[in-house]
Design a binder for this molecule. Structure first.
Ligand code: HEC
Length: 172
């Protein structure tokens, strides 16, 4: 081999070596960048996962179960409202007008109507007894059935007492 051939081979292999180093550096950089970028999730894979982990045996009404959720919310608020009958009013006329009047105005089932004549004998028992009978329920000599709290257990004792007071004050 001639001298300049050797010289060429030396330079050529230096260039090749340099290019190999650059290539390795680029490979390392690409690998590093690939690790930095978050992996893209395919939407169909997401759907498949959602389908796999969806609760089994759930009852859905309407598009998203919104109807059953609304029904549950309505039931919860109705239950909460029932805890406090008639918004907790202590106005006997309101409670009487909503509930007690059903029997005590018409005299249904031998209920004493709001005439003084019907109440004279009952009043002699004393107000405490009338409260007790209105709260716990009562069947007297007339054989009628006064249901406990007029049939609405959500009424507080004090609400019933206020209503009895109102009734006694409004006899005709
Ligand atoms: C389902 C019908 C009915 C409703 C509703 C009702 N009552 Fe009566 N109530 C009766 C009857 C019947 C009697 C008579 C019972 C008897 O003497 O045999 C009575 C009797 C009473 C007495 C007299 C008890 C006694 O010792 O003589 C009071 C006080 C009374 N009710 C209060 C109320 C109040 C307050 C309400 C509403 C919160 C109410 N009632 C709702 C049927 C009803």
């Amino acid at each position: 081999m001639r001298n300049y051939d050797l010289e060429f081979l030396k330079h050529f292999s230096m260039v090749i070596g340099f290019l190999v180093v650059v290539s390795l550096a680029l490979l390392w950089l690409a690998h590093h960048l690939n690790g930095v970028i978050p992996p893209e999730v395919s939407p169909s894979a997401v759907r498949a996962t959602q389908a796999r982990i969806a609760p089994a045996g759930d009852v859905y009404a309407g598009a998203t179960g919104a109807a059953s959720q609304a029904a549950a919310a309505a039931a919860a608020s109705a239950a909460a409202a029932a805890q406090v009958a008639y918004d907790g009013t202590m106005d006997g006329s309101v409670i009487f007008g909503n509930l007690c009047t059903g029997c005590h105005t018409s005299g249904a089932g031998n209920a004493p109507t709001m005439d003084k004549a019907h109440w004279a004998a009952r009043i002699t028992q004393g107000t405490e007894t009338l409260y007790k009978h209105a709260i716990e329920g009562y069947t007297g000599p007339d054989g009628g059935i006064m249901p406990p709290k007029g049939g609405n257990p959500a009424l507080s004792d004090d609400q019933v007492k206020a209503t009895v007071d109102w009734m006694l004050g409004n006899l005709k």
